[in-house]
Write a protein that binds this ligand. Structure first.
Ligand code: GRF
Length: 225
């Protein structure tokens, strides 16, 4: 099946770019229906427009409350024909009302190995803590921040000399691999949620190891990702 996708951004949109690239390469079976930002200066909007994707900004400050903001996002997403939402560096929590509009079809990427280091500074918090491994997580979104069932994680080494920037760059490289892959599994209808666990139909046998920067990915990446 083809995903009808909306991507929510607040900033650079490099994960959005990874999604666009994998759609264009044919690896990800999705139609990108809409890119929405809550920040007018988000470069993600430009990336979308360059690829002919409708891109809109909704400034949350001009709405009376979260409910009103989310209701308008839901309206626009539906109007553009999307039924699946990928949050990609979108720096706002969504309301239960938003989630109930797209049940089981809202996903997020977080730049740490959840449940460690949730929140907006996952890379910096992990580097400052002195961990020897960190990574990134794609998960279903629920009402709590960075909390829903985990679809895929990638692990990268961390070093004493790391700060949020250097560790974040190593992590970002892997974000760009695992997010399109997770979306493709969603497109293929291969993901089932059972409590906290996400089951992937026909999962590969062993985690992908020895990627650039010593990373490891589980479940393993499939060809094209
Ligand atoms: C990524 O690290 C993402 O995991 C985090 O914010 C960053 C956004 O990067 N939530 P980009 O906008 O996709 O380049």
């Amino acid at each position: 099946m083809t995903l009808d996708l909306a991507v929510l951004v607040s900033g650079s949109g490099s994960n959005l770019q990874a999604v666009i690239d994998r759609i264009e390469s044919g690896a990800l079976d999705a139609r990108l229906r809409l890119v929405l930002s809550n920040k007018p200066q988000a470069y993600g909007l430009e990336r979308a427009r360059k690829h002919g994707v409708p891109a809109l900004c909704l400034e949350h400050g001009s709405f009376p409350d979260r409910e009103a903001f989310d209701a308008e996002m839901v309206r626009l997403i539906r109007e553009h024909g999307a039924d699946t939402v990928a949050m990609a560096g979108f720096m706002r929590m969504v309301t239960p009302r938003f989630l109930s509009a797209f049940p089981g079809r809202v996903v997020n990427i977080h730049p740490a190995l959840l449940p460690s280091f949730p929140g907006v500074h996952g890379q910096r918090d992990a580097a400052d803590y002195g961990v020897r491994f960190s990574g990134c997580t794609v998960h279903f979104v629920d009402e709590k921040m960075d909390n829903g069932p985990i679809i895929i994680q990638a692990v990268v080494p961390a070093y004493p000399g790391d700060d949020g920037k250097s560790l974040g760059a190593r992590i970002l490289e892997l974000e760009h691999r695992i997010y399109p892959q997770a979306l493709q599994w969603l497109a293929q209808g291969r993901l089932t949620v059972s409590g906290r666990k996400v089951l992937l139909a026909n999962e590969g046998q062993a985690p992908t190891v020895a990627l650039p920067s010593g990373a490891m990915v589980n479940p393993p990446l499939e060809p094209g990702f």
